[in-house]
Design a protein around this ligand. Sequence first.
Ligand code: SF4
Ligand code: SF4
Ligand code: SF4
Length: 362
Amino acid sequence: MSHIQSHQEKIFLGIFLPLIIILYLVYKFPTLFVPLEQVRETFYFLGKSTSFWYATVYTGIVCFFSLKVLIQNINPYRISNTKPIALSTYQRAKFLSIFLSQLCLFYIIPFIIPAFQEGRSFFNDPYHAVNKDAYIYIYNGFTSIGGLIYIFFVVPILTWFVGKRYCSWFCACGNLAEAVGATKWGQQWVRNYTPRSQMAKKLEWLQFVILMFVVAYGFLLFLDLWQIFAATSLITAMYKVQIFAIDFMFGAIIGVGAYPLLGTRIWCRYGCPLAQLMKLFGKFSLSQARIQANSDCKGIGACSKVCPMGIDVKSFAFQNKQAREGIYGLSQTPCISCGSCISACPIQALTFKTLLSQRKSS
Ligand code: SF4
Ligand code: SF4
Ligand code: SF4
């Protein structure tokens, strides 16, 4: 905790985690507090559901901070105490995508439009149980045609072209991580608390275990759906593990609540099964989305310090006291193409390579 800068930050840390636990408990498990028939009258403020208010606050935070970055137009990843420089074109496009995807795909379309389509009063949401599957949606690939096409065709093709840019440009979880990660405190959390040891790197296998769990769960649901094999008690047990251990404890409490303690991408690095699937797709398809270091690298290491995924970028760019023109991508790292390392390098020693950019330049 030696890096904690200010009194305000200490106060914030003292209330943040308990608040996150209470909010997620009320949001995901309201029947722990009141009987089912009283959930609506107890927790639906102004006639709007808890999902609506959760999405409103979440979208407000993401849109406020991403818009702030766009308006200020100052590169948030530069080495501190250096002259402010403008956002790169890539970062401008990334934060615009974060702002628009969060506002339209994750707020207006699911939470504003349906009330008008259903022709009811806007402030009169009917009761809906909260979907607790947010972090585990790979099993949709086994239970619906749309899910199957998305997970096993769209995602691999996208990964081949642009790597895991999905994680830093579109995903709702990634939107929060990127927007908060660009603030002053968020940058400190990423730089000072993201686990970067060898052990932390080895622990990334945990994400593979979660992927295997999710695939097994999805496959069982598939067999059950088509009445090939009934495993009701096993499915129920796995569902409980999923909603409590994976979705609530890991995805929500640690994934969001531990931002100030472990950086902004703990869930994305160790938990999210979709990220692991993308990494595997990228590895086996030899995805052309990579980052390349040129011969200008001086080994300053600013790139490694800002990486929210704990990747030692410098080790690809500089070895034995000299630049090595290294290249790295999904075959070696869980890179999400956020571009922080590129924006942090004061001498432009790093550049993106994607299939699209290669085609353009050839
Ligand atoms: S790792 Fe998973 S949760 Fe994180 S941004 Fe990517 S898809 Fe979203
Ligand atoms: S790529 Fe840039 S920031 Fe990274 S070690 Fe080289 S010079 Fe330093
Ligand atoms: S290596 Fe660079 S682009 Fe990849 S996740 Fe780390 S900071 Fe982002």
